[in-house]
Design a protein around this ligand. Structure first.
Ligand code: ATP
Length: 288
């Protein structure tokens, strides 16, 4: 079975920002969610895996092969959809996929045509094959982005916040397609959306300030918080809670009323038990 292994990888950008700090993760077939706030290091991790950024230290292995030693293997086995997927104006879906297939080394013209036809079909874009990609809707563009990532039959695809900006219907359609792909491939999904990770991912990690601060199966991480999450109506509408000795998980408005949720081993006075959710897991990981 395919496995992608990140072994103690650290990355410092040229301006001195340490974006990744000793990250170790294992990915196997299925969907893996990378959750984290803005600036956590998710994009840097994906860029480093696909070889666009060199680590200061650490190694990345696919099926035991060190990717830094084998650029050809890396290009062939990894597909990548970056956060900002720019396209030349006026170029059709067909022409662009053909072009990317050539860049990815699909040399045989018949094989290339077959593959591009298949991917357009799979992504439900066949009828738009002669339309300009830059005029596609958000959802179509992202499905096109996955099609280009799948050229060359990679074993792994890495998707950087692919559902950002999609409306709920497009997001649902896109996620169903990803879920089907993850039956066969390693799919690594970077996202802010806790809900997408809960609905789609077999495994996940929370990244914060360049480190992995929590990792596991979403359902198990939720049940680990059983009996430890408590809520109450907040005494204040904004600013910090007065006299608050608890470990805060979140404050949110429910029906316009501010509620506060905390983590505690024993029920704190004035609080009622709350059923843990993946959002609680996420905020607990960020605040630990
Ligand atoms: N090209 C770059 N040069 C310098 N610093 C960078 C560069 N790209 C990212 N950084 C910095 O590295 C850190 C991690 O950023 P990164 O984009 O990987 O986070 P992220 O989790 O993907 O965030 P977002 O969800 O906002 O995309 C941040 O402090 C960011 O400012």
């Amino acid at each position: 079975m395919n496995s992608l292994s990140i072994d103690t990888v650290s990355v410092t950008w040229r301006n001195g920002v340490k974006a990744l700090n000793d990250i170790s993760l294992q990915f196997s077939k299925g969907m893996f969610g990378l959750l984290g706030p803005n600036g956590a290091g998710k994009s840097t991790l994906l860029k480093t895996i696909v070889g666009l950024q060199q680590p200061d230290k650490g190694k990345i292995f696919l099926n035991g092969i060190d990717l830094s030693n084998d650029q050809f293997y890396l290009r062939k086995q990894l597909g990548y959809l970056p956060q900002d997927f720019g396209v030349y104006p006026g170029v059709t879906a067909w022409d662009l996929l053909q072009h990317i297939a050539i860049l990815k080394g699909v040399g045989d013209a018949t094989a290339r045509r077959k593959q591009v036809t298949y991917l357009l079909e799979q992504m439900n874009l066949s009828e738009y094959r002669n339309s300009a990609v830059h005029r596609f809707s958000g959802g179509m563009k992202q499905r096109f982005g996955v099609a280009q990532a799948l050229i060359g039959n990679p074993q792994v695809i890495l998707l950087d916040e692919p559902t950002a900006g999609l409306d709920p219907e497009e997001r649902h359609r896109f996620n169903s397609m990803l879920s089907a792909l993850s039956e066969e491939l390693i799919v690594v999904l970077s996202t802010h959306l806790v809900e997408d990770v809960r609905n789609l991912c077999d495994n996940m990690a929370v990244i914060h300030q360049g480190r992995v601060v929590a990792e596991g199966k979403p359902a198990m991480m939720i049940s680990a918080l059983d009996g430890k999450i408590w809520s109450k109506k907040s005494a204040v509408t904004s600013g910090p809670e007065p006299d608050f000795p608890h470990r805060l998980i979140s404050r949110q408005l429910i029906g316009k009323r501010p509620f506060v949720t905390v983590y505690a081993e024993v029920q704190p006075p004035g609080f009622v038990p709350d059923a843990p959710t993946l959002e609680h897991v996420y905020f607990h990981a960020l605040n630990s």
